[in-house]
Design a protein around this ligand. Structure first.
Ligand code: GLA
Length: 391
């Protein structure tokens, strides 16, 4: 990632100085350690922010125009704050437009801005590059316009932008962790109350290693939305059986599930079993981490993957292969797919001494079988959205 001086130099080449407020901001991607497809069921998740991030530089304008230069795609787009509609081309800009749209809908008054940004978060890899773009845009626009938007409100605005403007019915996890991530900690988030607990995750013996399969299946959004529908059906079924205490699958216990599962259509029963058991795994996993019991946590990661593969059916051949290959390596405590699925990354918990050997061997094996060069990222839990400079 280039340093800020270099980025300001580029900024000056692209835009004339307006003399108004300017600043530099960042927001990270994330990896989810456990708790997959539970956020939109009002359940529990345990993500951490990663060291890969987006840096955005911006300066206010005296009018209602927003001009953005993406240093990755080398594309400049502009739009007015008065006429916001999703684009068919340069769809990355919809994330930014969606944010200003949601901020304005909340009643805040915005001025236009000149913006450049650079990302080192791999795209379409399930590491939330789009949530990071939403969050860094929200932070940039809020700070330059002197708006006081609390981090949780910011996360909600970003989620709404993705739901309403981009058209993906995502949950709150990605935007939440990109806003609130803390260096050296994973966040245990209750996606009903939006409360969180910091879980220390910088153990000297273990390390999180991310493997990017570099495959991305199509249909991810439609399959994602389909899973949400199936969860809704399961919730309605349990609410009918158990009464109003059931607002979401989060409220169904494993015993209640077992009692009624045979009355559900087979696929819906499996979807519900994943969500209900995954919520249990997150809570057990958090307890294990608090006790420093990394091997139990690793075991729960393995069970989570099985459940996502067989019950929720959101894994794919390459992710299953990566998990299988990882679990054959010495020093690997746990491995699972992370994020929405259908491609993207796996997350692995590994004893530090074995990381070198792990990287070499899994790269070789994966290449031999799939012909694909694996990307591997070793990362500590990083800080969430940050104001780098404001003048
Ligand atoms: C995507 C969504 C999240 C979450 C995960 C699955 O990353 O954006 O809200 O649902 O999938 O856990």
């Amino acid at each position: 990632m280039q340093n800020l001086n270099k980025l300001w130099k580029i900024f000056k080449e692209k835009f004339t100085d307006t003399g108004l407020a300017k600043g530099a901001f960042s927001a990270p991607g994330r990896v989810n350690l456990i708790g997959e497809h539970t956020d939109y069921n009002q359940g529990f998740v345990l993500p951490m922010a990663i060291e890969k991030k987006i840096i955005m530089l911006g300066q206010l304008r005296n009018d209602r125009l927003v001009q953005i230069f993406d240093l990755g795609y080398k594309v400049k787009i502009k739009f007015s704050l008065d006429s916001l509609a999703p684009l068919k081309k340069d769809t990355w800009a919809n994330y930014l437009m969606g944010i200003v749209d949601e901020i304005q809908k909340t009643g805040y008054i915005l001025q236009g801005a000149n913006i450049i940004f650079r990302s080192d978060i791999p795209q379409k890899a399930g590491l939330s590059s789009s949530a990071a773009l939403e969050v860094v845009t929200a932070l940039t626009m809020a700070k330059l316009n002197s708006l006081n938007i609390e981090p949780i409100e910011m996360a909600r605005l970003c989620q709404k932008a993705e739901n309403n403007f981009v058209g993906v019915a995502c949950g709150i996890m990605d935007q939440y962790i990109s806003c609130l991530g803390k260096k050296n900690f994973a966040l245990f988030i209750d996606c009903r109350s939006n409360d969180y607990d910091l879980i220390p995750f910088r153990n000297h013996n273990y390390q999180i290693v991310i493997c990017n399969s570099r495959v991305q299946r199509g249909l991810i959004n439609s399959e994602y939305n389909k899973r949400r529908e199936q969860c809704k059906k399961a919730t309605e079924f349990f609410a009918h059986k158990l009464g109003h205490k059931i607002q979401a699958l989060r409220d169904v216990t494993i015993d209640e599930y077992k009692k009624y599962q045979r009355q559900l259509p087979e696929v819906i029963a499996r979807r519900a079993r994943h969500v209900i058991s995954e919520n249990y795994r997150v809570q057990t996993g958090v307890q294990a981490l608090r006790e420093g019991n990394f091997s139990t946590f690793g075991q729960l990661m393995i069970e989570s993957h099985q459940s996502l593969k067989d019950d929720y059916e959101v894994s794919c051949t390459e992710l299953d292969l990566l998990v299988d290959l990882a679990l054959k390596q010495e020093g690997v405590l746990g491995a699972r797919m992370t994020g929405a699925g259908f491609g993207g990354c796996t997350v692995n918990l590994i004893e530090k001494n074995y990381i070198g050997a792990f990287k070499k061997s899994i790269k070789n094996e994966y290449k031999k079988i799939t012909g694909i060069d694996l990307d591997i990222y070793v990362t500590q839990p990083a800080e969430g959205a940050t104001v780098l400079e404001l003048r």
